[in-house]
Design a protein around this ligand. Structure first.
Ligand code: AIR
Length: 436
């Protein structure tokens, strides 16, 4: 169906037409507590819930304000980043694995989305069969949360991936390393992010130390070839149920120790490669029947690119879009799951750079005390996630816009270093990253 035909007056009806089962009518009495016209009976605005209360939910809540959507949050703890920014009547505290807590949360939502992948897809599928609407759909979440499954599906669809194999026993890892060369990269198929769940395995002896313990601990594993990559880039696409797809420009992601440190938009890859990466991402979104936003992380080596992994949610590589794109990824995700027209994805400046602020050992002053130094850097946009600092934990990010990549990067980095407490921790500024 062409998307312009699918724009019903009632977004709930239009979502239903897009194949999603929504729970209607809304429960009596619930709307009374919602405040404003958001989510009240007859307002026509669906009640959107998000499972998880981290920074992604927090920035989604910010985008929801402008769209007139009162986001409901299910956070694990009352001090989670998003839990502290939504009104009490839009906050549930509970673990996503606690089915009764999940059911209570779902009772207040017309459509439910995700801040992370740590959900039980079997439970979601059962709840979806009962009529609860999840977007992205449970089958898409299953793909997002399982790297082994991703590799199978992506390869079947013809997307280039690094050679990899599932590891059910030590012999699988050893056979793979002997065939493809050591070191190999061992990955937890589920649950790893920000460098967690990734191990460089030098040889068969190292594998024999690591693999049995991980398997015994129930960690599902895969092993992949170490790619001699020049750089890492990411694509970001959004798709709504009625079929409209939009793609953002390709960005470069600079990683250190498995954690994204800096995002540079646009990426200066060969234009032909950029077109191919966006084309593949678009194709993938359609093939997996994506609803919402999806990031695809790529390893680039020469003229070739291989998919590292996909995320079927808002993503760190898209944080620059808050100021650096006509439509932020958070607003775009909400628009997509509500089957509203998707927004333009053009950059708002020739160059946009985002630098993550990570917790650092030895820094004890509160972040707020370091804000003046960061805000003294001209033209930077600071986003703090309201999280308790821990070394390596993403606490916020800084975005700068301009025309010269070195100048813009330096400004964003200076503010991010100030926030991270570079002086206190005794770093030499720049966090050791050179723009490649
Ligand atoms: N997140 C989810 N998957 C990857 C990332 N980075 C975001 C989500 C989640 C938060 O990171 O917003 O709630 C968790 O961050 P932390 O520091 O508590 O592990």
């Amino acid at each position: 169906m062409p998307h312009d035909q699918a724009l019903g007056e009632n977004p709930v009806a239009s979502l239903a037409a897009g194949g999603c089962r929504l729970r209607l009518p809304r429960p009596e009495g619930y709307a009374a507590g919602m405040g404003g016209d958001v989510g009240t009976a007859g307002s026509g605005v669906p009640r959107v819930g998000i499972i998880g209360g981290g920074q992604l939910a927090r920035m989604t809540a910010q985008a929801a304000i402008g769209l007139g959507v009162g986001l409901r949050v299910m956070a694990e703890r009352p001090d989670d980043g998003a839990a502290t920014v939504v009104p009490a009547d839009r906050l549930d505290i509970g673990a996503p694995g606690d089915e009764s807590a999940l059911r209570r949360f779902l009772a207040g939502n017309d459509v439910t989305t995700f801040d992370h992948e740590l959900v039980d897809v079997a439970v979601l599928s059962r709840l979806a069969a009962e009529g609860h609407a999840f977007l992205p759909r449970p089958a898409t979440m299953a793909l997002g949360q399982d790297k082994r499954r991703q590799r199978e599906v992506l390869s079947r669809l013809g997307l280039p991936c690094p050679p990899s194999a599932p590891v059910e026993r030590l012999a699988d890892a050893v056979a793979f390393g002997d065939r493809h060369g050591w070191p190999g990269i061992l990955k937890a198929s589920r649950g790893g992010y920000d460098g967690r769940g990734v191990w460089v395995v030098d040889d068969a002896a190292a594998a024999s130390v690591l693999v049995p313990d991980l398997l015994a601990a129930g960690v599902p594993l895969l092993i992949e070839e170490l790619v001699a990559l020049d750089r890492e880039v990411a694509t970001l696409v959004a798709r709504r149920p009625s079929g409209q797809v939009v793609a953002y420009p390709v960005v470069e992601t600079v990683q250190r120790e498995g954690i994204c440190r800096r995002i540079i938009a646009p990426e200066r890859v060969d234009a032909g490669l950029a077109v191919r990466l966006v084309g593949w991402s678009h194709h993938l979104a359609e093939e997996i029947d994506l609803v919402g936003i999806m990031a695809v992380e790529w390893f680039v080596a020469g003229d070739e690119a291989l998919v590292n992994e996909i995320a079927v949610r808002t993503h760190n590589s898209g944080h620059y879009t808050i100021e650096g794109s006509v439509t932020s990824q958070f607003a775009q995700h909400l628009r997509a799951i509500l089957d509203w027209p998707l927004g333009e994805t053009a950059l708002t400046a020739p160059v946009v750079v985002t630098v993550n602020v990570l917790g650092a050992a030895g820094v004890t002053t509160p972040l707020a005390a370091r804000m003046p130094a960061a805000l003294a850097v001209p033209g930077v946009h600071v986003h703090l996630y309201g999280k308790t600092p821990r070394p390596g934990r993403k606490l916020g990010h800084v975005t700068a816009l301009g025309t010269d990549v070195d100048e813009v990067s330096a400004r964003a980095q200076m503010a991010a270093d100030a926030l991270a407490g570079a002086c206190e921790a005794g770093w030499n500024g720049q966090d050791g990253i050179e723009h490649g």
